[in-house]
Ligand binder design. Structure first.
Ligand code: WT7
Length: 661
């Protein structure tokens, strides 16, 4: 597969030319949003239902932005109560499709009733405003309902992706100090049942903060219940058929914590607020996908990630859209499961990841061709850079060369889309592989290592020069890390940690991470996290993680391990370490290859020579590492390289299907 090229391959038949001229609506709107952010956002915020209006649009004391200061609202009210007075009330909110082929239709009225009941259930178990709840659930309706119920009573929730292990769940539950874990008996994945309840019990037994586990009956298998701690959702709901008034939340009250990987061994809790976040996600969804009352929206992301929080649950409900939600794997039971679902529900607007597109590309265009995809009007992509070849495959075989693609660049920290085509403002010329232009309110620059703005055509660090309403409030209980990670390298500017290039037409090309974060099938994981997990195994002395480009998953994990005395490299120990990683982190931590070496290559000051590792992992030669920037001399690097290649025993892990985000 070709690597990303930044060619000017405009998709010619879409409206071009005048679009980005100074008189264009997009340019005008973007200019206003940057020149007068407060006026611009005050106007936009009128689309929300405020319980009390704000006193001040923006309070910016870098690096903390507080939007709509003094304003009061409730996000579950925005998503539900508000619609009870309009025709949206009886509209479908979710078409839910189970992996086994079962399905469920939830109208807004039904979702409203259930959210009230779930909120009552949480209250009955003693959950109060400001308490923390961990949601460890598969893609079933109970997950969005609990998220809405938490928002309703002002409980701060953290969703933990269901493919994370019991240990990874425990780490998050402990950090957030959750009082309650909500889980299901299990989940379906490619015909197997995964034991979520068992993992929740493991986490609860390690975390004294947990008082209750609420269990949703989903899979039929038997689970042990501890009567002092565990409750069936169905039992408690039987007593909770009532209305719960939505709490008046402050615009800057925390809504949720979502853990994501950074540069340390421990995931950090990204804290999002209520007012700015609600506004940002609803507006960006309209702008990037031109949604309207007829939209049937399907975002394939798991709710365990920010994409699912913002664009499976909250923004579509705020806008009163009909959505599809699917429980299972994209290729189960057949490669065409997704295309079948699009045809079944008449999906108009489809949003997925490059990894998924590349996987389907590999299986061939005959699979989507079997299904009627004529309902589609808009496509989207997210999670990692999309290579032009995959973009064009998507454009041709799913969009039939007639519809626009919004490649949306953003992050857990940004809350919602930051860079994307905005056909909801004005039709767009596109370039395959480019996320195009910043959203209104997003002030982008590309800087060199010294903080100087680079001319068009050169690659550097992307920064955002102004706060935007969806910006994270903080890192949960770690303001020092917040300041250090995002604001210290270029003071006053938000640093996302990606490379970027602005081309001659001012189109932006996002070129991957500039830090130690790896993107495996769109999942974010750091080398430090992998290293700290692997050295937790008693056979391991030292370890270093890096990545290698992968045709489908974007990047694959490669580990370098030195074993303790008495253990010799073998297939068994490789399998054992792989199992250990999956148990400590989850399936997404599965390494593609493990190299057992005598010594990790280090500089005199003790820094691991990561570029050398990468050269070995990708089969490059020592010549390719001439840009070694970790302080090693060329001789030192050469010696280390020779030692590494001589001593390495490497083992490939059997090919696994990527767990699509
Ligand atoms: C990182 C953020 C965005 C929600 C899901 C991932 C990469 C994301 C794109 C894109 C190029 C992208 C970046 C970013 N990324 N979207 N359209 N083009 N790169 O959220 O787990 O917080 O990861 O994903 O590297 O920094 P996340």
């Amino acid at each position: 597969m070709k690597t990303m090229t930044q060619g000017d391959t405009r998709v010619a038949h879409l409206p071009t030319g005048s679009y980005y001229s100074p008189s264009g609506e997009y340019d005008e709107m973007h200019r206003r949003s940057i020149e007068d952010p407060e006026g611009f956002w005050a106007e936009q915020a009128r689309s929300l239902d405020w319980m009390k209006p704000w006193d001040k649009v923006l309070d910016w004391k870098a690096p903390y932005a507080r939007w709509f200061v003094g304003g009061k609202l409730n996000l579950s009210y925005q998503c539900l109560d508000r619609h009870m007075k309009t025709e949206v009330k009886n509209k479908v909110a979710f078409y839910w499709e189970g992996e086994l082929g079962d399905s469920q239709v939830l109208t807004y009225a039904e979702l409203y009733r259930l959210t009230n009941n779930y909120a009552a259930a949480l209250k009955r178990l003693g959950v109060k405003r400001g308490d923390k709840v961990a949601l460890y659930l598969p893609m079933i309706p109970a997950l969005p309902i609990f998220m809405l119920a938490c928002a309703r009573i002002g409980a701060i929730f953290t969703v933990v992706f269901s493919a994370f292990s019991g240990q990874a769940l425990a780490d998050r539950v402990e950090d957030v100090e959750a009082k309650v874990i909500v889980t299901a008996t299990g989940m379906h994945r490619r015909g197997k049942i995964l034991p979520l309840k068992d993992n929740a019990v493991e986490a609860a037994s390690k975390c004294p903060c947990v008082e209750k586990i609420i269990v949703v009956k989903h899979t039929g298998h038997h689970v042990e219940m501890d009567p002092a701690r565990d409750v069936w959702l169905s039992d408690i709901l039987a007593e909770c058929d009532e209305y719960v008034a939505p709490e008046e939340m402050d615009a800057n009250d925390p809504l949720f914590v979502l853990y994501t990987s950074g540069s340390t061994g421990k995931p950090k809790g990204i804290l999002h607020g209520t007012g700015g976040y609600s506004l940002w996600i609803a507006k960006t969804l309209q702008w990037a996908f031109k949604t309207d009352a007829q939209t049937v929206w399907w975002c394939t992301a798991d709710i365990g990630w920010i994409t699912g929080h913002s664009y499976v649950v909250y923004a579509p409900l705020e806008l009163g859209l009909t959505s599809v939600m699917y429980e299972g794997a994209p290729d189960y039971p057949g490669i065409d499961r997704w295309w079948q679902i699009i045809a079944k529900y008449g999906v108009t607007t489809f949003y997925t990841s490059p990894t998924a597109i590349r996987m389907f590309m590999r299986h061939g265009e005959e699979w989507p061709a079997k299904h009627d995809l004529s309902s589609l009007k808009m496509l989207g992509s997210v999670g990692e850079p999309i290579n032009p070849e995959a973009w064009l495959w998507y454009y041709r075989n799913i969009g039939h060369e007639r519809i626009s693609i919004s490649d949306t660049w953003w992050q857990t920290e940004t809350g919602g889309f930051m860079i994307s085509p905005t056909p909801g403002i004005q039709a767009h010329p596109l370039k395959p592989g480019s996320a195009t232009k910043p959203m209104p309110g997003v002030d982008v620059a590309v800087l060199d290592a010294d903080g100087k703005e680079l001319p068009n055509g050169q690659t550097g660090f992307i920064v955002i020069r102004k706060p935007w309403p969806g910006m994270l409030l903080d890192i949960y209980r770690n303001p020092e890390l917040y300041e250090k990670t995002y604001w210290s390298r270029f003071p006053g500017y938000y640093l996302p940690g990606d490379y970027c290039m602005k081309d001659q037409d001012n189109f932006l090309w996002l070129l991957g991470r500039a830090d130690e974060v790896i993107k495996v099938a769109g999942h974010r994981i750091s080398t430090a996290e992998l290293e700290s997990a692997i050295v937790g195994h008693s056979a391991v002395a030292e370890a270093a993680a890096c990545s290698r480009p992968d045709e489908v998953k974007g990047e694959a994990i490669i580990l370098f391990v030195t074993l303790r005395k008495g253990t010799t490299p073998s297939v068994e120990i490789k399998n054992e370490l792989t199992r250990h990683l999956r148990a400590t982190i989850g399936t997404l931590a599965t390494p593609e290859e493990i190299f057992f070496v005598n010594l990790l290559p280090k500089t005199r000051s003790g820094k691991i020579m990561r570029r050398l590792l990468k050269a070995v992992a990708t089969g490059a030669t020592i010549g390719d590492t001439s840009t070694l920037d970790d302080g090693a001399s060329v001789d030192e690097a050469k010696a280390a390289f020779a030692e590494l290649t001589d001593s390495a025993h490497h083992y490939k892990t059997s090919e696994k299907k990527p767990d699509i985000k």
